[in-house]
Design a binder for this molecule. Structure first.
Ligand SMILES: C[S@@+](CC[C@H](N)C(=O)[O-])C[C@H]1O[C@@H](n2cnc3c(N)ncnc32)[C@H](O)[C@@H]1O
Length: 209
């Protein structure tokens, strides 16, 4: 599994390497642009525009939201990714911190209309995902929503089928989302499949149920 220095090294050619896999329609990034596009539209159609991006990377998605008037907060543990993102979004409040330890305290003081995590939370175990998502829900405004765009599957059987297809390309260090397992913890969680290996999970604020 990559640590923050691994992501520092990946930062400069991250966008290019993701683009190749997306265009070829192959695991792990098949559907990447469509995933970001879906979340972009959901965030911008929401009346509130305060956004937290967790693991924003090179800010492919967040910079577009920023350009469209969103107030952007974010956390990432790669110094290099933060540098790249801050250049694109000079006014954004970006913090360095390992999300496996939770959010940095500066980010827990705000409330957000949308909380995003694209291709980042698969670094957490399923138990950590549940704990972390539960810690994010109280940070949503009343009608806010968490959007997770990632390698994700409706069922474990779908994941296993993708794994068999990917063969040696499959990354055993990454722990992908399986909607019908996480739904036990978040009954309001919705899943929108996008490609053979990608999808968008959304979790509304509990008060919306
Ligand atoms: C694959 S990139 C995704 C970047 C971007 N969200 C996107 O959709 O293109 C994963 C990002 O999550 C960050 N990341 C991974 N594990 C992290 C952790 N434990 N704490 C904070 N950031 C982390 C990496 O530094 C990297 O910027």
């Amino acid at each position: 599994m990559l640590n923050n220095q691994g992501f520092d090294l990946w930062a400069d050619n991250y966008d290019a390497s993701v683009g190749v896999s997306d265009e070829e329609g192959t695991y792990p990034f098949a559907g990447y642009k469509e995933v970001l596009n879906i979340i972009f539209n959901r965030v911008l159609t929401h009346p509130g525009k305060t956004v937290l991006d967790i693991g924003f990377g090179t800010a492919t998605l967040t910079a577009k939201l920023y350009e469209n008037g969103c107030t952007v907060y974010g956390q990432d543990f790669s110094r290099k990714m933060i540098e790249l993102a801050q250049k694109k979004m000079p006014e954004a409040a970006l913090f360095q911190g390992d999300f496996s330890q939770g959010l940095v305290s500066e980010l827990t003081r705000n409330r957000y209309d949308s909380i995003l995590a694209t291709y980042s939370l698969h670094h957490l175990s399923d138990r950590q995902k549940v704990r972390f998502l539960n810690s994010l829900l109280p940070l949503l405004k009343e009608d806010g929503c968490i959007y997770i765009g990632d390698v994700a599957f409706r069922t474990r059987a779908d994941l296993e089928a993708c794994k068999a297809q990917a063969g040696a390309e499959w990354d055993d260090d990454e722990i992908y989302f399986v909607w019908d397992e996480l739904k036990e913890h978040f009954p309001q969680m919705e899943f929108e499949p996008v490609s053979c290996c990608a999808g968008v999970l959304s979790v509304k604020n509990r008060t919306d149920r």
